[in-house]
Design a protein around this ligand. Structure first.
Ligand code: B3K
Ligand code: ZN
Length: 869
């Protein structure tokens, strides 16, 4: 196992390429045989040997141009063939053991289904190959399997032949006409229910759509199929992009390391992002299904047709595809809730990653285990960078740039620089400077300062930017960012700057500082900064409580309005932290009351604005957090909020009539708002009757879960009894049971560790099932603040003990769940010490995976400077 980092700067083009691949796969649980035949071509004039990647394969035979070949060396991770011709046919046979493959990479057999996961470097677990994204080949695959157990045999492209063998097995041959890198390869064998439909593309081609789900789950697949059709249409209308094969297949499986995978023509999905119907799925589940279905579909152009030259360029496909799915979801649902959802992810998780030992630019410079770099930085900050292109260029120019990108690079494996160059070709803006976003890590901070000259009616507003040093990079430069800006006074009048630097509601901050001047001003103006979160930055804009309430009332941008309330909540909680509860005075409570009263019909806005910032978001605005004191302050504020505002909240609750279940945006907004309010009412106390009544009458999962969440923190006895009813009802539905596991794991109670142990003993818990492990251990580590950060260090130790076992089974999932421990730098010294003690235990563990090694060793080596604090 190599623990050496690979560096972006060391990229070399491949010495050989493979143009055509023929594979014959004979499925067997413990001894699957793979016959591979490649047309290999030497690239350029050199005499290097051919080095193929492999991972734990058993090699049975090798031929070159049909002749037995012996001049090779085999190691655990490579097959080196010496003295090969310039153009030749290489054929060999390897053996693998899918049943014991619990890492769920390569070919694995879980719950009676064979399936594959090859991104990033899983194909080498199936056969020897040039397993890198810049080697593109045409694939033909013949799959053989037992006919009775595996009536369905799938691979990429189109089925071209099939037949029966005389030993109870059958076979199907698939051809994919589009050259592709091996990470997009897929195979599936199993027995499924099938949902079928078609889509006629804008040029009139009929595409077959096939969705494969577990037996008996057909009714839960309809929404996903309809989402696919919406995504196909949207991509034609928005980007002019059409699908390019005759068939598009999606298979849902229960054992999957992440959300889904965009294999060419054969997406494989975690069933969590396919199955949805009103009784068992929440509105959020429906939303996620639609967005992940769209994301994987959009990859067909941004990822598959134009792919990445090397894995350092991952954001080329992921940032762009996340941006595309965000735009799609905004068009299908609600732009505001979407934007808020994404900003929450940025603030809670991406800013935390920037501040941690794992900080990296959206295009990382060095990597030990590629699977560790499917991060919120590469994905979500990557999407923010694409969004800034969109903001800076405007939608038309952005589309022109995208068209040019496809015109130049369709069928190629390219870099982020190629993307920027295509965009640059349609604009006069200096994208050279803008491109710093690809190489500079860290969260920029925009400081807003004002000076008001009352005598002359003049006001200056200065914006200065700096990016604190990060673990991976000390020196930072000024970034080029679009700053959406509005300026108001306390009565809601809007002002424009004297020099017209603000154009179309934004200006460009591309230097260390910039000042806007205002004249004829009668009172100190209120700067309203970063509308719609126009750049992935933190803003320090010290507005008073009454100014924040004015922003909520008068700002043009709904995101700014929401954000003003978030800042106000944050400020109130900080007053509670320093025991100055009284500074949160009547005028502020009255302000909140007005928010509720004035917007009572705007369920979308209130559904977002009445959510108090999470503990994780609050952490990002604080240093060396004393967990217990911030947690207590937040809880106290929540309680006061609920009690003081109980009447207006109750009237709001009563005024929202959600009616019979309907999946429409209006109904979703109403349910969301009602459940947010329900949570406050439960916090105020005496709400058991309401909770019970909603639980008993709910005709949908959103409302049932709304009750459980509200009862969880505020009505322990009721929570227990509802949870056991819930378990009985949903015992046979794995996705709903995951919610039950997750609720238990996030309940704050003194005996949480023994609860967790009991959950792990539950007959339906399995260490090999990533959804279950995430529901229990992931939920606990990420979201059970009191339990995970318990002052005796028991929470950290519990997670560590588990991770050490899990690492031997599924290192990818273990490396995800270790994340909260690696973010020790955020907390007060006594917490840091306890967290590092556990990280040290992991570091000392024998046979640690590369995945955990990379994250834990970096985290332990990190020393935080005062500048970073
Ligand atoms: N491209 C895959 C992610 C693969 C993760 C490998 N560890 C899903 C997606 O982003 O669409
Ligand atoms: Zn993706």
């Amino acid at each position: 196992m190599s623990l050496q980092a690979k560096k972006r700067a060391d990229y070399q083009p491949p010495a050989f390429t493979i143009n055509d691949v023929k594979m014959e796969v004979k499925l067997h649980p413990t001894c699957t045989r793979v016959f591979s035949e490649y047309q290999v071509e030497r690239c350029g004039n050199h005499s290097y040997p051919l080095q193929l990647d492999g991972d734990n394969l058993k090699l049975n035979s090798v031929t070159v141009d049909g002749q037995p070949f012996q001049d090779y060396v085999e190691t655990q991770s490579q097959l080196t063939l010496n003295n090969v011709p310039d153009n030749f046919t290489l054929a060999f046979e390897t053996e693998i053991d899918p049943e014991h493959n619990q890492a769920l990479e390569g070919l694995y057999l879980s719950a009676g289904t064979y399936c594959t996961q090859c991104e990033a470097e899983g194909f080498r677990r199936i056969t020897y190959y040039l397993d890198r994204p810049d080697v593109l080949a045409r694939f033909e695959v013949t799959l053989h399997g037992e006919k009775e157990k595996y009536p369905i045999l799938l691979s990429n492209g189109n089925p071209v032949a099939k037949g029966d063998n005389n030993d109870g097995t059958h076979w199907v041959t698939w051809q994919d006409p589009h050259p592709k890198p091996a990470y997009l390869f897929a195979m599936v064998a199993g027995d499924f229910d099938l949902l079928k439909d078609t889509f006629t593309t804008m040029s009139g081609k009929e595409v077959k759509l096939e969705l494969y789900v577990d037996k008996g789950k057909q009714a839960q697949g309809a929404f996903a199929l309809a989402s696919l059709q919406r995504a196909m249409k949207w991509d034609e209308e928005t980007f002019g992009l059409e699908y390019d094969l005759d068939i598009y297949m999606i298979v849902a499986v229960d054992f999957f390391n992440m959300g889904a995978m965009e294999n060419k023509g054969l997406n494989i999905f975690n069933s969590k992002f396919v199955l949805a119907e009103q009784h068992s799925a929440t509105d959020e589940d429906f939303f996620n299904v639609e967005s992940v279905i769209a994301h994987e579909y959009f990859h067909n152009w941004t990822g598959n047709r134009v792919t990445c030259r090397d894995w350092f360029q991952l954001s080329l496909k992921e940032g762009l595809t996340v941006f595309r799915d965000q735009q799609f979801s905004a068009d299908m649902t609600s732009p505001l809730s979407n934007r808020i959802k994404h900003v929450r992810v940025m603030r809670e998780h991406q800013f935390a990653e920037d501040a941690s030992a794992m900080s990296h630019p959206i295009r990382p410079e060095e990597v030990i285990e590629m699977n560790n770099f499917y991060t919120v930085t590469v994905y979500d900050k990557g999407a923010e960078v694409i969004r800034m292109f969109h903001t800076l260029l405007g939608p038309e120019k952005f589309r022109e740039g995208i068209d040019e990108y496809f015109r130049r690079h369709d069928g190629q494996a390219v870099t982020c620089d190629d993307f920027v160059a295509a965009m640059q070709s349609v604009t006069n803006l200096d994208l050279g400077h803008f491109a710093l976003w690809y190489s500079q890590s860290g969260t920029p901070v925009i400081n807003v300062t004002t000076s008001f000259d009352a005598d002359n009616g003049l006001m200056d507003i200065t914006f200065s930017q700096h990016t604190p040093p990060t673990a991976d990079q000390k020196d930072k430069r000024s970034l080029f960012m679009p700053v959406a800006f509005d300026c108001i006074d306390s009565l809601g009048n809007h002002y424009t700057d004297d020099d017209g630097q603000v154009e179309n509601g934004k200006f460009i901050l591309d230097t260390a500082a910039k000042t806007l001047h205002f004249s004829n001003v009668k009172e100190a103006l209120i700067p309203v900064v970063l509308g719609n979160f126009s750049a992935p930055a933190k803003v320090h804009n010290s507005l008073t409580a009454s100014q924040l309430l004015a922003v909520f009332k008068y700002a043009n941008d709904s995101f700014n309005r929401w954000d003003a309330l978030q800042s106000l909540y944050d400020w109130c909680i900080s007053q509670y932290e320093s025991n100055q509860h009284d500074t949160v005075d009547e005028s502020i409570w009255h302000g909140f009351e007005q928010v509720i009263g004035n917007e009572s019909n705007n369920h979308e806005l209130l559904g977002e604005c009445l959510v108090i910032p999470s503990f994780e978001t609050l952490c990002q605005k604080r240093q060396l957090v004393d967990v217990a004191s911030l947690h207590t302050a937040r809880n106290q504020f929540c309680e006061d909020f609920a009690k003081r505002l109980q009447h207006p909240l109750k009237s709001l609750f009563d005024s929202i009539n959600t009616g019979d279940y309907e999946y429409s945006q209006q109904a979703i907004n109403a349910r969301r708002c009602r459940n947010v309010v329900l949570n406050h009412l439960a916090c105020a106390g005496d709400a058991d009757a309401m909770l019970k009544s909603q639980f008993e009458n709910a005709d949908n999962m959103t409302d049932s879960l709304g009750v459980l969440k509200a009862a969880q923190g505020h009505s322990p006895a009721l929570f227990e009894s509802l949870m056991s009813q819930f378990e009985q009802r949903w015992n046979q539905e794995p996705l709903v049971l995951d919610k039950w596991f997750g609720l238990h794991a996030t309940t704050e109670r003194p005996d949480i560790l023994s609860q967790l142990s009991m959950l792990q003993q539950h007959p339906q818990f399995a260490k090999g099932n990533p959804n279950r492990v995430r529901a229990v251990m992931g939920s606990f580590a990420f979201f059970n603040t009191a339990g995970f950060h318990a002052e005796d260090g028991g929470g950290y130790q519990f997670v560590t003990d588990y991770l050490l076992e899990l690492d031997a089974v599924n290192p990818q999932v273990a490396a995800r769940i270790v994340t909260p421990l690696t973010q020790w730098h955020n907390y007060a010294p006594e917490y840091q010490l306890r967290m590092k003690t556990q990280l040290q235990r992991i570091a000392e563990h024998k046979n640690l995976s590369r995945d955990l090694y990379e994250k834990v060793s970096k985290s332990l080596a990190y020393s935080v400077t005062s500048e970073q604090q």
